[in-house]
Ligand binder design. Structure first.
Ligand SMILES: *[C@@H]1O[C@H](CO)[C@@H](O)[C@H](O)[C@H]1NC(C)=O
Ligand SMILES: *[C@@H]1O[C@H](CO)[C@@H](O)[C@H](O)[C@H]1NC(C)=O
Ligand SMILES: *[C@@H]1O[C@H](CO)[C@@H](O)[C@H](O)[C@H]1NC(C)=O
Ligand SMILES: *[C@@H]1O[C@H](CO)[C@@H](O)[C@H](O)[C@H]1NC(C)=O
Length: 385
């Protein structure tokens, strides 16, 4: 029979064959393992190279890019950001949103307006969940904008999106809204506005008469928009709401800017939103006529007496505290990012500033274990210079 061994010699031969087979199997496994490691190394290298060269901002979402990273779900997901702008009325949000609409085809992302029924800023719990689930899983990269208060994704077990926001000086915002309701703006000049009939009353006169459209409590809008969907966010004068709004600015929002410095804000967004969604945004904003288009058609300057009266109200003081907090945070971040540009208003923004002028990182990686292989070491040495 085939398996029967009669001679001692044959046993030796079989043993030898077995040992050789064993060695081959072990070698094969080692080669496969090595290949796997190299693949992982490669993926890490790709990620590090992208970070180091800073060009992750410029990745397009075309099919070649997604094929390139098809083994790396994490990188792919982060290149497809979900950006949410819960815009506060009359803060210059239309100019900002127009930049997104103008850039969407160059930078390959979708822009969607969220129209909340009845102009309400609040959603039911189940609608919040539906909105979160829908935006998380639907087409990306995407930029959603709408007039709703902050919705907390993490609360329902989802990853938080890139929240962006612009705030404006609270009294300026209210005055702008007041005249907007009466005269409209140059964006849709022929639309008849709600308070069209009442257009002869100036804001000052309204304050003097104690009218309902110019009450200090109407200033309470930027705090609740940043605070969120809770009942207490919407109680004018709530200290808790102000604290919560500040906490959200730092913990939940990617970056909050101020209307008065929109050009600078766009410059920063170019850097912090991945996937190149805002590539060339500040440059575009400077040259676009549309971005400056929407101005309330008619506006009377507000008297010192009116300003004084508002400054005495608790609601103005709190809204202003949030505005000042955001303005300070933004100026601080901007100065750190662009130390050689004086932080003035958009008009003084230096013309020569380009994204290519960004300095190399002020940090680097070292003491890396396990040690990089020879090939990688060579690369690193040339890269560091
Ligand atoms: C939101 O939808 C309503 C109803 O369809 C519509 O009348 C309204 O104009 C929309 N709002 C905006 C800002 O487009
Ligand atoms: C999100 O909502 C839209 C409109 O209601 C719908 O067409 C789409 O299928 C939804 N997507 C997901 C992933 O739920
Ligand atoms: C950036 O925007 C400006 C103004 O719209 C335009 O002239 C320029 O060609 C754009 N640059 C790039 C690289 O898209
Ligand atoms: C910024 O200014 C400092 C000091 O004036 C100078 O040394 C540095 O080279 C400048 N950096 C850039 C990028 O212009």
């Amino acid at each position: 029979m085939f398996f029967r061994v009669r001679h001692q010699k044959m046993v030796h031969v079989y043993l030898l064959v077995l040992v050789i087979l064993g060695i081959l199997v072990v070698l094969g496994a080692m080669i496969a393992y090595h290949a796997l490691l190299r693949e992982q190394h490669f993926q890490i290298q790709v990620a590090v190279a992208k970070l180091a060269s800073g060009d992750s901002n410029y990745q397009r979402f075309d099919s070649s890019a997604s094929q390139y990273h098809q083994n790396s779900v994490m990188i792919l997901e982060e290149q497809k950001p979900l950006v949410i702008y819960n815009r506060v009325p009359k803060t210059g949000s239309t100019s900002f949103v127009n930049v997104a609409y103008d850039l969407h085809s160059y930078n390959a992302f979708r822009v969607l307006h969220v129209n909340v029924t009845g102009n309400s800023h609040l959603l039911s719990i189940y609608d919040q969940f539906r909105f979160i689930d829908n935006t998380t899983r639907w087409m990306r990269p995407a930029f959603y904008h709408g007039h709703f208060a902050y919705i907390d994704f993490e609360r329902y077990g989802y990853k938080k999106p890139y929240y962006v926001q612009l705030l404006r000086k609270p009294l300026d915002r209210l005055v702008s809204y007041y005249y907007f309701l009466r005269y409209g703006d140059d964006y849709r000049p022929h639309l008849v506005r709600k308070k069209h009939m009442d257009s002869s009353t100036t804001f000052d006169e309204c304050v003097e008469r104690g009218g309902s459209d110019c009450q200090a409590n109407l200033l309470w809008l930027q705090i609740p928009f940043l605070c969120g969907q809770s009942a207490d966010c919407w109680i004018p004068g709530s200290e808790w709401a102000l604290r919560q709004a500040k906490r959200n600015v730092l913990e939940k929002y990617t970056l909050v800017g101020v209307t008065e410095q929109m050009g600078e804000y766009l410059q920063m967004l170019e850097l912090v939103i991945p996937g190149g969604m805002f590539r060339n945004a500040s440059e575009h904003f400077k040259h676009s006529s549309k971005s400056h288009l929407r101005k309330t058609a008619k506006k009377y300057p507000v008297s010192r007496k009116t300003i004084q009266k508002f400054h005495e109200s608790t609601v103005w003081q709190m809204e202003n505290e949030l505005y000042a907090f955001v303005a300070r945070e933004f100026a601080f971040a901007y100065a750190k990012q662009f130390p050689n540009i004086s932080s003035g208003h958009s008009g003084t923004m230096k013309k020569h500033l380009k994204i290519s002028a960004i300095p190399p990182p002020s940090f680097r990686y070292e003491k890396i274990y396990p040690k990089p292989s020879n090939q990688q070491k060579k690369k690193k040495n040339t890269a560091r210079v």
